[in-house]
Design a protein. Structure first.
Ligand SMILES: C[S@@+](CC[C@H](N)C(=O)[O-])C[C@H]1O[C@@H](n2cnc3c(N)ncnc32)[C@H](O)[C@@H]1O
Length: 266
């Protein structure tokens, strides 16, 4: 096969890395694992003995068609634990996965790098059954996903990820374990879902986050003026939320953003 860059096809050929990913994922025997982008199946083969079932979502029809055969040849005793769904993980619905079997409880994936953040956010939003997981992503993306307020790489992905789960870095992975070798290093991010930080519409909170970081260097009074309708209204909402109007988005936690959205909700 010829790997395509567009689909982020860099395959892990190192058995130690694959074992490390599975060990770091902290799977229980009862877990149903959602694997995004199984590719040639190296991670899939290591996941199957460690959990109850694997649902593998692969966008590339050639790879999706080939995977059951690979598992049938390499791990015939475990082949009935695998379901392959040929689909785009960024758009997949809970309903599409429901027909594939029991709801997935864990996400474990070596993600296609160009869409890693939107895939993780989409799956956490769409599948409330996902309680924990471990993903391999580009090292800089891992930093951003796990960053807290005040960190220089804290931004939209950090806050949105924190809405759904506690995210933490779980080690780095050298580029040499991939074929073809990518021009970036990778890192692991582990997560555990947590209750939503507030009883407020997620879309409303994310709209505040997008507005606050669209003009990162500005104070919230200025950055949120367009979102609120005017600088005065932004100031009123911020005061009601107990957030200083002179603060910047990069200083706020997801709970602060939730309070701002709540204060703006009639
Ligand atoms: C980085 S490779 C990982 C392959 C394999 N898991 C491994 O570790 O060797 C990413 C995989 O995701 C697939 N992929 C890319 N975009 C996708 C999408 N939107 N939905 C599902 N799979 C996707 C690619 O075809 C590729 O197989």
């Amino acid at each position: 096969m010829r790997p395509t860059k567009k689909l982020g096809q860099n395959f892990v050929h190192d058995p130690n890395t694959v074992r490390r990913i599975v060990a770091s994922a902290g799977l229980a025997e009862s877990d149903v694992v959602l694997e995004v982008g199984p590719g040639l199946g190296s991670l899939t083969l290591a996941l199957l003995p460690a959990c109850r079932a694997v649902v593998a979502v692969e966008i590339d029809p050639v790879l999706a068609a080939r995977l059951p055969r690979t598992v049938g040849e390499r791990a015939p005793g475990l082949a009935d634990r695998l379901t392959v769904v040929g689909a785009d993980a960024m758009r997949i619905s809970a309903e599409q996965l429901r027909v594939a079997g029991p709801p997935p409880t864990a996400l474990v994936a070596n993600l296609p790098y160009n869409v890693a953040v939107p895939v993780v956010l989409h799956l956490l939003a769409e599948l409330p059954s996902l309680a924990h997981g471990l993903v391999m992503v580009q090292a800089e993306v891992a930093d951003r996903m796990a960053a807290g307020p005040g960190n220089k790489v804290y931004g939209v992905p950090s806050v949105k990820a924190a809405w759904f789960a506690e995210m933490r870095r779980a080690g780095t992975v050298p580029r040499s374990v991939f074929w073809p070798v990518p021009n970036v290093d990778s890192a692991l991010v582990a997560f555990t879902r947590r209750p939503a930080p507030a009883d407020v519409d997620r879309g409303a909170v994310f709209a505040v986050v997008d507005a606050a970081f669209a003009q990162r260097r500005k104070t919230l009074r200025a950055a949120l003026a367009g979102w609120a309708g005017s600088p005065a209204e932004a100031e009123r909402v911020l005061a009601a939320a107990g957030v200083p109007a002179t603060a910047r988005g990069e200083q706020l936690s997801v709970a602060d953003f939730a309070r701002i959205a709540q204060a703006a909700t009639p």
